[in-house]
Design a binder for this molecule. Structure first.
Ligand code: ADP
Length: 372
């Protein structure tokens, strides 16, 4: 197969001109974050937010010309207003920084947006996010999951959804659905073996598009499965999405919970209320004898939550049934709703609901970022 070079992509993009001007989008320095890897191409088009509606055809045209290059497997072009229009064309990685020019915007039709976050990967953040979403749904809420972990999306697998979303009007994607919960994930849009190389502005733009270019219908709660960690991408996401609150997932072996504390500080910095901490893999429930073993000095998260002045929302044991059901696309809350673990997830969901209703439906201010 022919290897595609950055030059080929840029040459193709030079055939697209800016609607208001005679120059092309490459010469105008509008292309940033270009990534070309094994025939998979991603880039952002930096635009003036005032003219957002004019640029959707430009974005589509840009994708089409690149797609026509022999050897291309996938193309993802995003619109972003991240930087000023004078930014030089860059192929180098960029970091998302604090956003400028905030306005007030909420996401129409979505009452509460709740982030599920963790200080580091592998603590079961996605597993907890999925089961909380299903528990909220079991409590009668209309629920959606936005898989913002665009580096390693797990929601298609955990929610047992395959295939690609439809777009009946050619503009907005329909959210996928299983177990009564709507789901959107980059995992539906990009083939699983595509390297997920996203750069700062593209991450934000991708998230905004997953949130706004998707027909979610009316939702009581949207659960956002955040990327693990507390880096710049997570910080700007927490700033740029009108979050009603955040839930932090931690494991007890991380005794000092330094990672969880970082997560807490990050949300505090951007004034997102932390609804509480969930201790996952809290203790080991023996599948044979039912005996409970506190292999990781259980209780660390509870004590730390008290010390930090945050609510402790509940604990979930390390149990093979939780792993098998979530990795098999039928999380425990739907596959075994009467199990003690499902009850624990439902109790956590109830606590979250109480907190959301206490806070009312007031949402945080939404920054003014380009949306199509
Ligand atoms: P993260 O989102 O933090 O990276 P995941 O939710 O993807 O973590 O979980 C990592 C792995 O651990 C998955 O295979 C998942 O099924 C498993 N897992 C998560 N929580 C539990 C638990 N309480 N008991 C057993 N396995 C779990």
């Amino acid at each position: 197969m022919a290897t595609v070079s950055e030059e080929q992509v840029l040459d193709a993009l030079k055939t697209i001109s800016d609607p208001g001007k005679s120059e092309d989008i490459v010469s105008l320095g509008m292309i940033s974050g270009l990534v070309v890897k094994d025939g998979n191409v991603g880039f952002a088009i930096e635009i003036d937010p005032q003219r957002a509606s004019e640029y959707e055809p430009v974005r589509k045209a840009a994708e089409n010309v690149v797609d026509a290059i022999p050897g291309i497997l996938s193309v993802t072009a995003m619109l972003t207003a991240h930087k000023d229009a004078q930014a030089p064309q860059q192929a180098a990685p960029q970091q998302a920084g604090p956003q400028q020019g905030r306005g007030k915007q909420t996401v129409p039709g979505i009452k509460h947006i709740v982030a599920v976050a963790s200080g580091k990967g592998g603590v079961g953040k996605s597993t907890v996010a999925t089961n909380i979403a299903l528990a909220l749904s079991a409590a009668g809420q209309s629920v959606g999951i936005l898989d913002a972990d665009i580096y390693g999306p797990s929601q298609p697998r955990m929610m047992g959804i395959t295939g690609r979303p439809n777009s009946p009007d050619g503009e907005r994607l329909e959210a996928m659905e299983n177990h009564g919960v709507k789901v959107m994930s980059m995992g539906f849009l990009v083939p699983e073996d595509t390297p997920m190389i996203w750069r700062g502005p593209m991450v934000m733009s991708a998230l905004q598009q997953l949130m706004r270019d998707v027909n979610w219908g009316e939702l009581d709660v949207m659960i956002v499965d955040m990327p693990p960690g507390t880096g710049d991408a997570q910080l700007s996401m927490s700033q740029d999405v009108p979050l009603a609150g955040a839930v932090i997932v931690s494991t007890p072996q991380d005794i000092a919970l330094l990672d969880a504390r970082k997560g807490l500080n990050m949300f505090r910095k951007v004034e997102v209320p932390v609804l509480g901490i969930v201790e996952n893999m809290s203790y080991f429930a023996c599948p044979h004898c039912g005996e409970r073993t506190d292999i990781f000095s259980h209780g660390g998260a509870h004590e730390e939550a008290d010390r930090l002045g945050v609510d402790f929302l509940g604990e979930i044991p390390l149990d093979i049934a939780i792993r098998e059901t979530s990795d098999g696309g039928k999380p425990i809350v739907v596959s075994d709703p009467d199990s003690p673990h499902s009850k624990a997830f439902r109790a956590i969901a109830d606590r979250i609901l109480d907190k959301l209703s206490d806070a009312g439906e007031t949402q945080r201010a939404m920054p003014n970022i380009v949306m199509q």
